[in-house]
Write a protein that binds this ligand. Structure first.
Ligand code: SF4
Length: 513
């Protein structure tokens, strides 16, 4: 039996050549272990597009390791191995392994599953700190102790100061303000977005084509479509995607990051989140490039700051919260939401243009930008009262960049307010009027965004007022929402009854959507 000193486990979202699991790697004594297993696509559902991205990036990474003469035990989906436990059991049976190590998974479920496996096998595994973030968990856990209400903005300023990002020599923020969020909310005029260069897409190569065939054979029933696959699957492609964003779309990202438009899934967005989350790109290099573009190419400050805030602010803050509150996410349901996720989330068949557009592009591309996620698909789910576990499963399976540490707090916390206010200070609620202001969706919709009752009322507007009415006691103590309660109270009785009766019809008949 071959003797292995260290079996270095690399999971599908840990594809960095600088991974700590590879430090002190001895090519004669150590071996890398990677596996495509059925349960990670079926029990924890993953769309065709997301599964293809993970498997293709993993196979490319494995080839790159082999080119460096690193020994890799790689288990492909063709082997039909059920889960990580079965895959590891097979490897342990074939090798005499002294030691196991792995970077701590970004999903508590996988961490517990592997911990349990090694405990049962009476074998030790070293969990290594993930180094692909700007701050590690210890730093976040120390930081959070200092705040009663640890909002993202405080974390963001702390990282800007400690890492000297977009700072003047005296330590003050460049431009005089920390946050240009108010300059990130433009919508397009009637003509819509003009001549945006679409993001670089990468044609499936031999490896990706083989992955697609393997998935069609072994996992034929996964949701979503695969025909439009064009994601970066190597570090080389990821660097090109970053460069393409900085050159062609970053300059207007700041102005239009909250805008939406029919048949325009990408607009000015970076579309590099999957590269970051699979660790093909490092957040520090991304920030450096954006800062450099600001100084050298005169990228507007609201674009550079707005983008950097997403990375060192939201991304790192969300990851910190995921681990800090790790025991609450899967059970919390502060609003007691209990409805099933409507089927149209899976098949895209709905009369509501905003939802139709936002869902069909996810089915097609595995991608939607943050406002479509928060203020269209997330908003509908919140107002309709979908069980947090069901909407969470949808986001995790359908979005190519979804990994538990980022998807869980964003969905359960920020979007659904199921955490009672850990991530956000208030529920993100809005009526159809918001969507009408930020997009042209309503122009092509059978519903009327300003109508709250009656047959042509926008379902989001109706359900928005019903949410305010039903959650008055929750909302009244929040200064940012008390105005919305006053607006409800000021409506006449006939209008209130019309909204309540239309809401009940909507809740009782899914066909109305
Ligand atoms: Fe969406 Fe309502 Fe506008 Fe239709 S009218 S697109 S449902 S916001």
């Amino acid at each position: 039996m071959n003797k292995i000193r260290n079996l270095c486990i690399i999971l599908g979202d840990q594809l960095s050549h600088n991974s700590p699991v590879l430090s002190n790697f001895d090519k004669k004594k150590d071996m890398v272990w990677m596996a495509e297993v059925m349960s990670e696509s079926v029990s924890t559902l993953s769309s065709k597009q997301r599964t293809t991205l993970f498997f293709s990036a993993m196979r490319h990474f494995c080839d790159e390791l082999k080119q460096k003469s690193i020994k890799v035990e790689y288990i492909q989906i063709n082997n039909g191995v059920e889960d990580f436990a079965e895959a590891l059991k097979n490897t342990i049976a074939n090798y005499n392994i002294d030691h196991f190590k792995c970077v701590t998974p970004g999903d508590i479920r996988v961490y517990e599953l592997l911990t349990d496996f090694f405990k049962k096998k009476k074998k030790n595994i070293d969990w290594l700190d993930e180094t692909h973030f700007i701050a590690n968990s210890n730093e976040f856990n120390e930081w959070i102790k200092g705040y009663k209400k640890p909002r993202m903005e405080y974390w963001y300023r702390y990282i800007r100061k400690s890492r000297k990002v977009l700072l003047e020599d005296d330590g003050k923020p460049i431009g005089g303000k920390w946050n240009y969020d108010v300059s990130n909310r433009k919508s397009f005029n009637k003509l819509g977005p003009q001549s945006i260069k679409k993001p670089l897409r990468f044609k499936p190569d031999k490896i990706t084509k083989k992955v697609i065939l393997d998935i069609e054979k072994k996992l034929p029933n996964l949701p979503g479509s695969i025909s439009a696959f064009g994601w970066a699957v190597t570090r080389e492609q990821a660097l090109k995607a970053l460069d393409d964003f900085i050159k062609f779309r970053l300059f207007l990202y700041g102005d239009y990051q909250d805008a939406m438009w029919t048949e325009e899934p990408w607009l000015y967005h970076s579309v590099i989140s999957s590269c970051l989350n699979l660790k093909l790109l490092n957040p520090e290099e991304v920030i450096k490039e954006v800062e450099h573009a600001y100084h050298k190419n005169k990228i507007p400050l609201n674009a550079a700051e707005g983008f950097i805030r997403q990375i060192i602010g939201w991304r790192e803050y969300i990851r910190g919260l995921y681990w800090f509150y790790s025991d609450i996410w899967m059970t919390t349901n502060n609003l007691k939401a209990k409805r099933r996720l409507p089927d149209f989330y899976w098949n895209g068949t709905t009369k509501m243009t905003c939802i139709n557009q936002s869902i069909n592009q996810v089915i097609e591309n595995g991608y939607g930008h943050h406002i479509q996620r928060l203020m269209v698909t997330g908003l509908f789910s919140l107002l309709y009262g979908v069980k947090p576990s069901e909407i969470h499963a949808w986001y995790l399976s359908m979005f190519i960049d979804a990994v538990a540490w980022v998807e869980v707090p964003n969905t359960i916390g920020m979007s659904q307010y199921a955490d009672g206010g850990i991530v956000g200070s208030k529920p993100y609620i809005a009526s159809g009027a918001y969507i009408n202001r930020m997009s042209n969706y309503c122009k092509n919709c059978i519903y009327e965004p300003t109508n709250a009752s009656g047959e042509n009322a926008c379902p989001l507007t109706t359900l928005y007022w019903y949410f305010v009415y039903k959650n008055k006691s929750l909302l009244k103590n929040n200064p940012r929402l008390s105005m919305q309660i006053r607006n409800w109270d000021n409506k006449d009785k006939k209008m209130k009854n019309g909204i309540i009766s239309r809401s009940k019809k909507l809740f009782n008949n899914i066909e109305l959507f």
